[in-house]
Design a protein around this ligand. Sequence first.
Ligand SMILES: CC(C)(COP(=O)(O)OP(=O)(O)OC[C@H]1O[C@@H](n2cnc3c(N)ncnc32)[C@H](O)[C@@H]1OP(=O)(O)O)[C@@H](O)C(=O)NCCC(=O)NCCS
Length: 222
Amino acid sequence: MTTTRYLVIGARGHAQEVAWSLDEQATRENRRCEFMFFDDGVPAGALPSGLGAVVGPLAALPEHVRHGDDRLVLGIGLPQIKAKVVTRLALLGVPWSTVIHPAASIGRNVSIGEGSYVGPGALLTVNVRVGRFTTINSHCQVAHDDVLGDFVTLHPDVHLSGNVSVGDGAELGAGSIVIPGVTVGAWAVLGAGTVAVRPVRAERTYVGVPARELILTEDDAR
Ligand SMILES: CC(C)(COP(=O)(O)OP(=O)(O)OC[C@H]1O[C@@H](n2cnc3c(N)ncnc32)[C@H](O)[C@@H]1OP(=O)(O)O)[C@@H](O)C(=O)NCCC(=O)NCCS
């Protein structure tokens, strides 16, 4: 039996969920895998999930890469950090894994870009386009003809109706809902539980039902 070695970027809870998803996938396919975690903020040592150990910070990654059989795994949930890390690691030339938990449902004519993640219980129905390094957490619903850009993050239980478009780097909080045909602009943020019924402007934060823009005061920005 072959063993695939995954170099996981990030080691916090989300990273361990992504590794668990890969482990479930491998078990069903009768494959073995092992994980090495790299994180600038988590001390080296074994992780509580038992999935592997933190080897060191991202700077330690190059000395552990064995070209050919290694795969990078993005274990980070926040769009801006995902984008920075992917740019930083591009020179390594190691391919990124696309991770789909076996308990996710993927319908017909659905494309999912490199480095993206689909968690357990997520449902992507038909004619869906998902960009690169996009995160679709557990129990999200992505309906027909939705288009998600690169570096998007849907936190758990987000529901996108049909014909929704989500721009690059947008972050949709847990349990948020977007009604049919609405566009969410690039790098926008929807707070947890928000219901977007009108277009969401790029790089703005919205909360509430229906969604209203959160205006940050100068004090907030400091
Ligand atoms: C929207 C969000 C990004 C705002 O964060 P922030 O800029 O730190 O804002 P604050 O916490 O200072 O809150 C600012 C105001 O918005 C309100 N607010 C914050 N989040 C809200 C939400 N989800 N729904 C309704 N109101 C919200 C606060 O009550 C506060 O109101 P006030 O000024 O009247 O007291 C954040 O609260 C949020 O919901 N993030 C989603 C996180 C998530 O889903 N993570 C999933 C992890 S699995």
